[in-house]
Design a protein around this ligand. Structure first.
Ligand SMILES: [Zn+2]
Length: 248
């Protein structure tokens, strides 16, 4: 007997092969959080799903409840972000970081519409090239971690509250003053870099875009280090992004 039917909107984070013709699709959905579902027959050329279920795609889906995984019965593409991002290596490696972090931050069966909309907004900004890709990912990481209560301290020393920040430490909780810096693994950070991070966290793009362009990649690197420390998880897409700087 087929289970109950339901609909949701989801962002395709990842897919992997299942058997001869099927795929398991990992979605971040608006109503149900992280969801792993089966798309049957998707790898056949005659599949009704076509290329709609590729990473970065935003889809309206219909599913029915299965015994272990739910089964996808319909998928309608909502926009073309996927094709735009996948066609450009710079956007693709930045986008892969968004998807991997989102999968690690969200949980199955835990609806988190704010995380859904944050990821959707970041993919939109990437696909439309509204801002430099490194800054889009950095802003996403800051805000996504902030939603979970893991915001790094960017205005005050995480240890003593001093406002003159000179170092950044993932394990120390973010910005540190010169006195507190020796206690944890730290990186020296210029005041302009702290200003950029503050602007990104506040979504103040006008201010963020005034920062020297050379700060974008190191700021993202700092935040991916912070993300990996918080998640206690190595993110594969970090290496791929860093390699892309050498190629592009
Ligand atoms: Zn301090």
């Amino acid at each position: 007997m087929a289970g109950k039917l339901y609909r949701d909107r989801g962002i395709v984070l990842r897919t992997h092969k299942l058997g001869e013709a099927d795929r398991i699709v990992t979605l971040l959905t608006r109503e149900r959080g992280l969801l792993r579902v089966v798309a049957k027959g998707i790898r056949r050329t005659s599949s009704k799903f076509g290329a709609r279920l590729e990473p970065f795609g935003v889809v309206d889906v219909q599913l029915h409840e299965g015994r272990s995984l739910d089964i996808l019965t319909q998928a309608e593409l909502v926009n073309a972000y996927g094709a735009l991002i996948a066609a450009d290596y710079d956007l693709y490696t930045a986008g892969a970081l968004l998807l991997e972090c989102s999968e690690k931050l969200n949980e199955a069966g835990q609806p988190n519409p704010e995380q859904f909309h944050l990821l959707l907004g970041a993919l939109n900004a990437l696909a439309r090239r509204r801002y430099p890709p490194d800054l889009v990912v950095a802003a996403y990481l800051l805000r996504a971690f902030s939603l979970e209560g893991w915001e790094p301290s960017l205005h005050y020393c995480a240890n003593c509250g001093e406002t003159d920040l000179r170092f950044f430490s993932a394990e120390g909780g973010g910005g540190l003053c010169a006195n507190c810096a020796s206690t944890a693994a730290c990186r020296a950070l210029a005041p302009e870099a702290f200003e950029l991070l503050q602007a990104l966290l506040a979504s103040d793009w006008e201010r963020a875009l005034q920062a020297p362009t050379g700060l974008a990649a190191p700021s993202l690197q700092l935040l991916t280090g912070y993300a990996q420390w918080q998640l206690e998880h190595h993110l594969k897409s970090v290496r791929i992004r860093e390699r892309s700087y050498e190629i592009l």
